[in-house]
Ligand binder design. Structure first.
Ligand code: NAD
Ligand code: UDX
Length: 480
């Protein structure tokens, strides 16, 4: 029986290995992590991450050929294939701080593999890493090899949260990069054989190591660039009376462009886009390509601009002050169908409103009060360094209350900000919400999910990203 061990039981390691175990009953898959609480949760009824369809997959395989363990060394030593799916956050200090990838977790995983291995291994980069990381990992492994042969493969993951299981079941492509030597090609084939259990052959792409590593950064940069492009257009739409949904539809009808990933929003979030683009920018700078670095940096700048623009719009519309006004925030996760708040635009928007002394009442169906308080008190980039962090600080933001119902959040509020596109927010009784709010009552729809005309009929003043403005909003000072 082939044995797979995956280091890192997070948003990628957990679902990816669960699906491999489901589709390959003859392979034993063990997911290991240094976080005891994460592993305990993976072994319980309450999985550590919310992901539609994940529970069923785990239930079917756990205890059969899928295991979760903190005994990292034992399972790495026994494995034929070791996936490394640890976090690779943005560095917070030192050389390249605020841009470069922090490979501390990766390096410590590699050193541990070298320490405990007693047999040949295929080591698979599942984490998103800077191009050329495989070379560094190879050096760590071979300098400590004790005669063991290692083959390093790059097999970046393209799943998106909220749709992870479907993405894993039906991937657009699986990418495997390896050395173009006989041993390298053999290792690529061994990993290909795993995916071939359920992924059609033409969807399994094989490349050299550097192309695979760079393709992942490039794919995320291209995706994020589309969102920043449409968000930049949304500002121009508001200034001119064009409607960004109509513009995006017309643009996307060009088959060379396509309709996907053109939804204007309050800004993109998630643990990947910003981190990976910053990483790309840093690599370009290190390779003496400042113009290329500047080009991609602009994607992040427009994203920051979009979040600021939203906050400014809220404040400007409400007589240029939200001081002591209750504002309901609907949605805190970075997108629907996940409880993940990493780099969610809600953090910046809430911090912006708090900076103007608003009182916030936040409701998200999947995010806990603890998480929200932690997010609002944490410094930029610190969120993905759990191992370096001190135990959770007890500080709470007093102007923030977290409630478990949209009606409670909006009661007596002056305004509602919709920051995540949860389906349930489309179906709320907005008449009831309006009746219980202060007047004038505002809705700022950061995801363009409500029917603005219906809400205006009820009496709301409505702002939708990139849509023609209400006369009220037009009369208020311009926002930058
Ligand atoms: P995560 O933070 O959810 O999980 C990483 C896990 O690795 C944590 O549980 C941590 O405790 C564990 N870990 C860290 N160092 C370890 C060590 N030395 N030994 C054992 N365990 C260790 O991160 P994630 O979201 O799963 O992302 C993992 C990687 O995959 C990142 O490089 C990310 O960029 C990439 N990626 C993420 C997504 C996504 O949607 N989240 C998608 C594609 C790729
Ligand atoms: C992303 C990539 O899509 C995935 O391939 C990669 O493996 C990890 O990073 P993820 O961050 O989980 O996945 O979600 P994604 O669906 O890409 O959304 C990212 C952000 O962009 C979210 O905040 C989402 O709301 C926003 N978004 C997405 C938009 O604002 N408009 C869009 O049209 C699409």
């Amino acid at each position: 029986m082939v044995k797979i061990c995956c280091i890192g039981a997070g948003y990628v390691g957990g679902p990816t290995m669960a699906v491999i175990a489901l589709k390959c009953p003859k392979i034993e898959v063990v997911v290991v992590d240094i976080s005891v609480s994460r592993i305990t949760a993976w072994n319980s009824e309450q999985l550590p991450i919310y992901e539609p369809g994940l529970d069923d997959v785990v239930k079917e395989c756990r205890g059969r050929n899928l295991f979760f363990s903190t005994d990292v060394e034992k399972h790495v030593a026994e494995a034929d294939i070791v996936f490394v799916s640890v976090n690779t956050p943005t560095k917070t200090t030192g050389l390249g701080a605020g841009k470069a990838a922090d490979l501390t977790y990766w390096e410590s995983a590699a050193r541990m593999i070298a320490d405990v291995s007693k047999s040949d291994k295929i080591v698979v980069e599942k984490s998103t890493v800077p191009v050329k990381t495989a070379e560094a990992i190879e050096k760590i492994l071979t300098h400590n090899s004790k005669g063991i042969n290692y083959q390093i493969l790059s097999n970046p993951e393209f799943l998106a949260e909220g749709t992870a299981i479907q993405d894993l079941f039906h991937p657009d492509r699986v990418l495997i990069g390896g050395r173009e030597t006989p041993a390298g090609l053999k290792a690529v084939q061994a990993l290909k054989d795993v995916y071939a259990q359920w992924v059609p052959d033409e969807r399994i792409l094989t490349t050299n190591l550097w192309s695979a590593e760079l393709s992942k950064l490039a794919a995320n940069a291209f995706l994020a660039q589309r969102i920043s492009s449409v968000n930049a257009m949304s500002a121009l739409c508001e200034a001119t009376g064009a409607d960004v949904t109509q513009v995006a539809y017309a643009v996307g009808k060009d088959s060379r462009i396509g309709q996907k990933f053109l939804n204007a929003s309050v800004g993109f979030g998630g643990s990947c886009f910003q981190k990976d683009i910053l990483n790309l920018v840093y690599i370009c700078e290190c390779n003496g390509l400042p113009e290329v670095a500047e080009y991609w940096k602009q994607v992040i700048k427009v994203n920051d601009y979009q979040k600021n623009r939203f906050v400014n719009r809220v404040v400007a519309s409400m007589f240029n002050t939200v001081s002591n006004k209750k504002i309901a925030v609907l949605g805190f996760a970075f997108k629907k169908d996940t409880g993940d708040t990493r780099e969610t635009p809600a953090i910046d928007v809430c911090k912006g409103l708090l900076g103007d002394k608003a009182r916030l009442s936040i409701y998200d169906p999947q995010v806990t009060e603890d998480q929200i308080q932690r997010d609002l008190t944490m410094n930029k980039f610190d969120w993905d360094h759990p191992i370096h962090l001190q135990p959770t600080s007890p500080t709470t933001v007093k102007q923030v209350s977290v409630v478990w119902d949209a009606y409670e959040a909006t009661k007596d509020a002056h305004a509602v900000c919709i920051l995540t596109e949860w389906d349930e927010f489309k179906k709320l009784d907005y008449k009831r919400i309006f009746d219980n709010m202060q007047k004038p009552a505002f809705v700022f729809d950061g995801r363009n999910i409500v029917n603005a005309d219906e809400l205006r009929q009820i009496g709301f003043i409505v702002y939708s990203i990139g849509k023609p403005l209400d006369s009220w909003l037009k009369d208020m000072p311009a926002v930058a």
